[in-house]
Write a new protein. Structure first.
Ligand code: PLP
Length: 425
């Protein structure tokens, strides 16, 4: 029976039963963590052989004869650029391969824009007074943390089923030249698993921002992270170039959740002008990234198809975890009519939408019962969920028995807070 159909007496009885179950839980002193989207050990083990593909000095040379043990090649070895170019469906000349973190490249791109400006801009972003970014919500907390650190004002843009609310994006960027960018995770977005439709991608390609130095930060972190077969999204870089917007998109990706989260490769793809500008300042920042790791990845995966095959092994490990969470939601929450959740076909997260005003309460109840969730509010700029109703669920790291125990507790906490809200109405 839906909680909304229960009378006061029924709700009080339900509360009594839930409180009793919760009190029993507290005695167990559990310690379960569903807070961050990390690959588990079995996933990391899938790539162990990658560590051994360079065995002798003979293995240390690229096709062009570059000794990867030495300084140089700031934008990445040609083979690694080719690998990412194939993966992102762009040209090799449009790619820079970086170190182990794409977040690091995004941070650097924003820092450079703040200090030196971008191609087509008259002044550095940091010399233009107050500047703003559009932030589709719920979104990735670390994107928002970069803006907050840089003093960039963030504007929430609601996410719809096929991507951000594009009417709002188009209107805002066309009116306000202090809006310099937007964060997008176009495939299996963090945390709601949304895949942008081709129409949404095209509307991005056709954007007509008032600011000549506007950039789309297109974080394709989950480009090949399909759980149920391949889903393709439209190619923003190509479409934007065809519409005279070639400098607008900056595409990012990494192998953090393909090979090793702490020792993978990252890449940026962009117009030649953008790549040249970044390369110039990169050459001052570093003499080069870890080319041994770049060559190791290329020798191990060989090409984009090699990566796609490898991702099927990740999917086999991740699928049952996503299904454990979704089955629990269907069993415990659906019959009560108190929540909605995303059912992602890939990526690393599920978004749970509960009774408004309850997310912080559920986070705390779960924490006290030994289950660490991503803090309520984290998927929003400044950590503020205006409705206090979204929780990000990260199923990848715990084992299935741990996950199952944790999600049952989460459901209990969701029920407790929902009953409390109905009783307080
Ligand atoms: C959307 C998104 N972008 C970037 C990252 C981090 O990427 P990297 O490990 O390449 O820095 C994550 C990690 O969770 C993510 O969810």
């Amino acid at each position: 029976m839906f909680y909304s159909q229960m009378n006061k007496e029924q709700l009080l009885n339900e509360k009594k039963s839930l409180d009793k179950q919760y009190a029993e839980l507290l005695k167990k002193e559990l310690k379960l963590d569903m807070s961050r989207g990390k690959p588990d050990t079995a996933q990391l083990d899938l790539s162990t052989d990658l560590l051994a593909v360079i065995k002798t000095e003979k293995d240390c040379y690229t096709e062009k004869g570059v000794d990867v043990r030495n300084y140089g090649v700031v934008d990445g070895i040609s083979e690694a650029k080719k690998l990412f170019a194939e993966l992102l469906d762009v040209n090799e000349d449009n790619v820079i391969v970086g170190g182990c973190s794409s977040l690091n490249i995004m941070y650097d791109e924003i820092t450079r824009a703040m200090m030196f400006g971008v191609v087509g801009g008259k002044k550095p972003w940091g010399a233009q007074g107050k500047i703003k970014f559009l932030c589709p919500v719920p979104g990735y907390d670390r994107h928002f943390a970069i803006c907050e650190l840089m003093g960039i004002e963030m504007i929430n843009i609601p996410m719809k089923k096929d991507g951000p609310d594009m009417d709002m994006v188009e209107r805002l960027v066309s009116e306000d030249d202090s809006i310099k960018g937007i964060w997008c995770v176009p495939k299996y977005s963090n945390p709601d698993g949304c895949v942008y439709s081709d129409k949404t991608v095209m509307r991005f390609a056709f954007l007509k921002p008032k600011a000549p130095d506007f950039r789309i930060f297109w974080d394709n972190a989950y480009a090949v992270h399909d759980l149920y077969g391949e889903i393709k999204i439209a190619n923003l870089l190509k479409s934007a170039a065809e519409n005279g917007n070639e400098n607008m998109p900056l595409i990012f990706t990494s192998t953090s959740k393909i090979s090793f989260a702490g020792a993978g490769l990252s890449a940026m793809a962009a117009s030649k002008a953008n790549i040249e500008k970044t390369k110039k300042s990169l050459g001052i920042q570093t003499i080069g990234f870890d080319k041994i790791n770049q060559l190791r990845h290329v020798k191990y995966f060989k090409n984009a198809d090699g990566i796609r095959e490898h991702m099927k092994k990740h999917a086999a490990l991740l699928r049952p975890k996503f299904e454990t969470v979704l089955n629990a939601f269907n069993t415990h929450l659906k019959p009560l009519g108190i929540s909605e959740w995303s059912e992602p076909k890939g990526g690393y997260f599920i978004s749970l939408s509960i009774t408004a005003g309850s997310a912080k309460r559920v986070y705390q109840l779960a924490k006290d019962a030994g289950v660490t969730l991503t803090p309520a509010g984290a998927p929003f700029p400044y950590g503020i969920d205006p409705e206090d109703k979204i929780l990000r669920i990260a199923p990848s790291y715990p084992t299935i028995p741990e996950l199952s125990a944790a999600v049952d507790i989460l459901c209990l906490c969701v029920k407790m807070s929902a009953v409390e809200s109905y009783l307080n109405k």
